[in-house]
Design a protein around this ligand. Sequence first.
Ligand SMILES: [Fe+2]
Length: 197
Amino acid sequence: MTPKLPLPFSGAQGNISEKTLAIHHDKLYVGYVDKKDEISEKLKALSHGGDVSAANQSYSELRALKDGETFAVNGTYLHEWYFENLGGDGKPMDKIASALADKYGSMENFLKYFAACGMAARGWVVLAWDTHDKALKIYNGDAHNQGGVWGAIPLLVLDVYEHAYFIDFGSDRKTYIQEFINHINWSVVEQRYLAAI
Ligand SMILES: [Fe+2]
């Protein structure tokens, strides 16, 4: 069983309400963890001598499970990273702040570009350490299992699905992204960056 991580902070994050965060964590995130485990159990049976003779790329039980596997696993991981890097004071710190200023010319440039990437995505924006290029990159995903780059280690994760903001901001995603930026926990991002490099 995959452990379900609790929210690492309590209460609203500015105008991102406690209600939104509770639904997002307790219903949606928990749902992905449960599906991850359910799919894992079914794949375990198939991978331990089960009947896989009908495997097929148009439709088969194995295809449906493998597609669901990456959706549920990434849905679990991305939400954990998202909640972990929320709950701070939004003040960039130490080595990650210098690295972002070096890469983008200034922290202001990075934040402006990161926010714009959030307007251009349908699901996720991920600041990552790309182990292939050995560089900071921002990658967008339109679904949990679309847009991710293998070998890229997530450092800062932003959820731009409507469920993350519609209760509090209606269709005003731009204000939600700014509120997210105002409450980034940069010490978490710093720790991830140091571990990644
Ligand atoms: Fe979400």
